[in-house]
Write a new protein. Structure first.
Length: 179
């Protein structure tokens, strides 16, 4: 099957075609991100986020442009967004330019913020509980127990590709549940 056919089938939501796109472009996206941020786990997370966005925006893809370039541009933007939100974004507190650009506030939440965070956590846990069991398990292992994709694959006796696809689908379902 040629790429145009795979893309067409993936646009229809066919999981086999989506898996083929992941197989075809995973390494390219992952290595692109890894070269920029130099962190395996973060690169995997960003790659999964990228494919989530690719499938959500696939209907917008214009076949007049190279698909690979389109996917990499989504990866690039996803990486930038991820880095902006990242807790691991490191900068010296003595960096005057940074302090001028961003308000450095205490990380300790106020009582009101604590209550809101608790309510958000409860809402998230309820949404996770609504997922099918196999999706709940990969979300719990990845995000609550902070396990790597390889550790999840070993624990659930799945291939690495299946773990990646399950996490991708679980995140999509979770997003829908939270809406």
């Amino acid at each position: 099957m040629n790429l145009e056919t795979i893309i067409s089938e993936a646009k229809k939501g066919k999981q086999i075609a989506q898996n083929q796109l992941i197989d075809l472009f995973w390494k390219r996206v992952y290595h692109y991100v890894l070269a920029k941020i130099q962190d395996d786990e973060e690169s995997e997370d960003i790659t999964i986020e990228t494919f989530t966005k690719v499938f959500n925006k696939l209907k917008l893809y214009n076949p007049d442009f190279d698909f690979s370039t389109w996917v990499i541009s989504i990866a690039h933007n996803t990486m930038i967004d991820h880095l902006r939100k990242s807790k691991h974004f490191k900068v010296s507190i003595d960096d005057e330019e940074f302090r001028l650009r961003y308000d450095l506030l205490e990380d300790i939440p106020s009582p009101e913020e604590s209550l809101i965070l608790q309510q958000d956590n409860d809402h998230l846990l309820k949404a996770i509980a609504q997922l099918p069991t196999h999706y709940q398990k990969v979300i719990e292992l990845r995000y609550l127990e902070d396990k790597t994709y390889k550790e999840i694959a070993a624990e659930l006796d799945l291939t690495l590709a299946n773990v990646k696809v399950r996490i991708l689908r679980a995140k999509q379902l979770l997003t829908d549940n939270l809406r």
